[in-house]
Design a protein around this ligand. Structure first.
Ligand SMILES: [Zn+2]
Ligand SMILES: [Zn+2]
Length: 571
């Protein structure tokens, strides 16, 4: 389906909804709904049909609707749409964002139960009066409750991985529009926080309004929440429900300050505004100004350059001292994606992964890595087909054999051993001695002396790192009962490494603990803990968290070439 078809269909649906909220019924509403459906199903481009004068011939599109389509194609607007939107109170329009709630029902709830907004709606569900409303009943109320849940979920924070996946898909789609010149994520998404509230996208281009129109016609749009000249907002379907995406269009010569401003953080921007004030300048989303004259606008380089500052990596823009340090020329150079030489925590099909050793090596090569550590589970992890000592010995042999054939990449012989209830390690020493990397992890007994157990694992001379040291899951598990400060201290004492598990739902250590670890002089190993090929991309999120913690290349062991890494792990 062509975009224009969908654009106009969306507007028609919205007009129909708004008319229904106002209490209109009958042919007017039906005409809009029908025309919208016809447009959605139409295989031809409505623009082409209009050009050849065949609009009115489309079955289901009457003369009136054909005129409105023409109006839109000519002016980019439908007057009736703008009128109707003004006539309906905002709180009621907002209720349309709840899946499964239509204009007719909203009208009835408003008229009979004085519902004016979401809070009112929740009240009448709670006190049972909605269920008694004519034509309602238990089942319909249940559906509305589910819709409210989906709606509220769409406003909640989401994991960075999910937000980034959506944003990049929308950006790819936006780039199909020819007049687009710049496009970027903004807000906490661009700063790569572990969870993201809003998916904010910023763009510039020849015709803002047209870009917005293209945007709201994104194929997975379920509802257009706003469609203005410079701002658009849509609700789209995702694997986990529905999410809101906002697009803002700015002028070309304000792109730098707008991107800077909308990336934030607020605290970072306040600091910058203070600097501007000291210099007698003004900074806003439109530019940096001396009196009325704009002295910076086109790029972030221009904006920061006015203050003698570098363009901060977005991950550093949190007002944690970055501006002060940069002014002294002491801003640390944080780790970059190209510094990473390999992945230090990968599962193969020898335990609960799906890739063969050969496949792991193959994918590593494609990623440009020089090594990947195979860290399958040990025997205690029965649920994960953990390796018995015999099988581990066999795997070691296999990896040696494979390495003698591999070019450009080396598989490191590793293991993820369980830290048992008494703090001991679930693998015989003579095998541990043959390994390049021993990751020790807690996989059971989350409330049982975890700190002591981890510390006793750290004391073990053959353990190199602790995997996912706090055990938290961002989507909902609090983690072990562990005193992470004590673990960090013990790791420093025994000169051990801690893991930054890059899996998006773990990101463990988190940025605060990484910072503490760095202050104690600890080294960090980043591993994706992936069990399948697709999961190698998690490195990006681990790296982002490392950058947010200001880790440099030197703080991370998988920036080392393989010989130096192996030497370090042997010590
Ligand atoms: Zn694990
Ligand atoms: Zn693992």
């Amino acid at each position: 389906m062509e975009n224009k078809n969908k654009e106009i269909a969306n507007l028609f649906y919205q007009i129909a909804d708004a008319l229904e909220i106002k209490g209109e019924t009958g042919f007017k509403v039906i005409a809009y709904q029908k025309a919208a459906r016809v447009l959605e199903d139409l295989s031809q481009d409505v623009e082409a049909l209009a050009a050849s004068g065949k609009l009115a011939e489309i079955p289901g599109i009457g003369k009136g609707m054909a005129e409105k389509i023409e109006e839109y194609l000519k002016t980019g607007k439908i007057k009736r749409y703008e009128e109707v939107m003004k006539e309906v109170p905002e709180g009621l329009l907002k209720l349309l964002e709840i899946p499964g709630l239509g204009g007719k029902t909203i009208h009835l709830m408003h008229k009979e139960l004085k519902v004016n907004n979401l809070d009112d709606l929740k009240k009448v569900i709670q006190d049972g009066s909605l269920e008694k409303l004519y034509g309602m009943g238990q089942k319909k109320v249940e559906n509305i409750k589910k819709g409210i849940e989906l709606f509220e979920q769409a406003q909640e924070r989401m994991p960075i991985y999910e937000a980034m996946t959506i944003a990049e898909e929308v950006i790819e789609y936006l780039k199909m529009f020819e007049g687009l010149s710049h496009v970027s994520t903004a807000g906490s998404l661009r700063r790569m926080k572990e969870t993201v509230g809003d998916i904010d996208i910023l763009a510039t281009g020849r015709d803002g309004q047209k870009i917005i129109k293209h945007f709201v016609a994104f194929p997975r749009t379920v509802r257009v929440l706003a469609e203005g000249e410079t701002k658009g907002s849509i609700l789209i379907t995702t694997e986990t429900g529905q999410r809101q995406v906002d697009l803002r269009i700015v002028e070309e010569d304000s792109y730098g300050p707008a991107l800077q401003y909308f990336t934030g953080s607020k605290a970072h921007n306040i600091k910058l505004r203070g600097l501007a004030k000291d210099k007698g300048l003004k900074i806003s989303e439109y530019g940096v100004f001396r009196s009325e004259k704009k002295i910076a606008g086109r790029s972030e380089e221009e904006v920061y350059g006015v203050f003698g500052l570098p363009v901060f990596p977005p991950e550093m823009r949190e007002d944690r001292g970055e501006i002060e340090l940069a002014l002294e020329g002491k801003l640390p150079v944080i780790v970059e994606p190209e510094d990473i030489k390999g992945d230090l925590h990968v599962h193969s099909n020898w335990s609960d992964g799906v890739m063969s050793l050969e496949e792991v090596a193959e994918h590593g090569k494609k990623l440009g890595y020089s090594y990947i550590a195979i860290c399958d589970h040990s025997q205690a992890a029965k649920y994960a087909h953990g390796l018995s000592p015999d099988r581990l010995a066999e795997q070691i042999e296999q990896i040696d054999k494979l390495n003698s054939k591999l070019k450009g990449i080396k598989l490191l012989k590793g293991i993820e051993v369980d830290i048992l209830g008494d703090g001991s390690i679930d693998c015989p020493e003579e095998l541990l001695q043959k390994l390049d990397l021993v990751v020790a992890s807690i996989h059971s007994g989350f409330k049982k002396n975890v700190t002591e157990r981890i510390i006793s694992a750290l004391k073990h001379p053959l353990v190199n790192t602790i995997g996912h040291p706090t055990g938290r899951l961002i989507s909902g598990r609090e983690g072990y009962e562990v005193d992470i400060d004590k673990v960090i201290e013990a790791a420093a004492e025994y000169k051990k490494i801690l893991e930054l598990n890059a899996y998006y739902d773990r990101l463990d250590l988190n940025e605060y603990n990484l910072k503490k670890a760095k202050e104690k002089g600890l080294l960090i190993a980043i591993g994706t803990d992936t069990h399948y090929a697709h999961g190698f991309e998690m490195m990006r999120f681990g790296l982002a968290i490392a950058r947010r913690a200001w880790l440099t290349k030197k703080d991370i062991i998988n920036t080392l070439p393989v010989s130096k890494l192996l030497a370090l792990l042997k010590k």
